[in-house]
Write a protein that binds this ligand. Sequence first.
Ligand SMILES: *[C@@H]1O[C@H](CO)[C@@H](O)[C@H](O)[C@H]1NC(C)=O
Ligand SMILES: *[C@@H]1O[C@H](CO)[C@@H](O)[C@H](O)[C@H]1NC(C)=O
Ligand SMILES: *[C@@H]1O[C@H](CO)[C@@H](O)[C@H](O)[C@H]1NC(C)=O
Length: 418
Amino acid sequence: MASKLNVTLNILLVLFIISFANVIRFPLTPINIETKRSLGYPRDSLLNFTELTGIYGYPAEEHRVVTDDGYILTIFRISRGKKYHGKTKRPPVILMHGLLQSSDAWLDAGPEDGLAYLISDAGYDLWVGNVRGNYYSRSHVRLNPDRDPEFWKFSVDEIGFYDVPAIIDYVLYYTKADKVNYVGFSQGAGTYFVMCSERPEYCDKARVLITLAPAARQKNTKSVLYRTVTEGINSLENILRLSGVQEVFSKGALSQEFLAFLCHLNWASEFVCATGEALFDSFHPGSINNVTLKNLFGHFPAGTSVHNMARYGQSMRSERFEKFDYGKSKNLQLYGSTRPPEYNLSAVTVPVIAVYGANDHLVDTQDVDWLMDKLPNVVEAVKVRDPLWNHMDVTYSSMTKTLLLPTISDYLLKYSYD
Ligand SMILES: *[C@@H]1O[C@H](CO)[C@@H](O)[C@H](O)[C@H]1NC(C)=O
Ligand SMILES: *[C@@H]1O[C@H](CO)[C@@H](O)[C@H](O)[C@H]1NC(C)=O
Ligand SMILES: *[C@@H]1O[C@H](CO)[C@@H](O)[C@H](O)[C@H]1NC(C)=O
């Protein structure tokens, strides 16, 4: 009985969060930027990618990539880091964000710690991606995200199949380089595996794939909040769809506006927002500094589809890394088998580096071990030496320069030339 009550309560909680987050989505932002400035929102939380990089002396270009299925993605390029004084320009690197993030996540820790700044300072021609559904890639040649539910019928399955190859093709075409290097965080790594499995001809277009907290199977995820939300959305997907909810946790929705408002307040940012973030992931005192903590909620959550969240719910229940599970009869129709097909991790032929945290409550070390066992070409799996290193640290920690950057730049350099 108690567990039944628990399940019901969890479902109610999820329904509440989703409606709160999304049904009430403002057509225009409820508080305009001028008002936010005068209310004391930190400047950086209100700026976009090119504005931020411009202010810190890293001028960025904005590019549009159209996928084979018509999604229009906005990606950014920092072609030269402020602190790079080398003569030769190093080859292109693509940097890809995680679930519910955007390219801006790589800037929120500021020019001393944000990996977009640090990787450009190491001399690379840096391309920072955005996947379908977030606020930079909420656009399509034919579909209107506000009117056409079809826009939101995607998950990591489609992001890996369409978005990642399209971005790689674009960067190769634009720079005339023969290969790229790829750094993917969480979903940004998992979608690369999807690509290798489904479109193996793309897998070796990177000389090296550096995966940061790679998300594939997530059977051992410890975060109760994350599990509750994604598993809840998975069981409620049809109900949500029937009620017209296709998009979740978008920027400008009430939940994000509320977080941005709450977390800009001095008293709340530490006690409420830092604690909330830790309950979602795990405690790592002193890792995210107070300025970053206030800035990041201007860019997070950045939005995705209900369908993608549901897919994450499934990845926490399955022993395998597999495609979306629609239930037996629809699976049979779509895939020709009652179970969704497994992704072929043996097809990930590119050399892989994995960097992961012992205290990551979203991508558990057991699932990383499982993944490393399946991948045929692992060069090194590096456990970050700080035992409290968690998931969100990858983009927001004030210690990325000492704890992550050395591994990333060593391997980027090693794999820069044939
Ligand atoms: C970022 O802000 C600048 C200046 O306000 C604007 O011109 C540009 O279109 C914005 N970029 C995106 C991708 O929204
Ligand atoms: C942020 O933390 C530093 C040191 O921990 C402190 O000196 C500073 O006042 C804090 N700033 C804000 C805006 O809370
Ligand atoms: C998986 O990929 C490997 C390597 O490309 C290939 O040899 C194998 O046939 C693939 N397996 C399946 C089931 O497609």
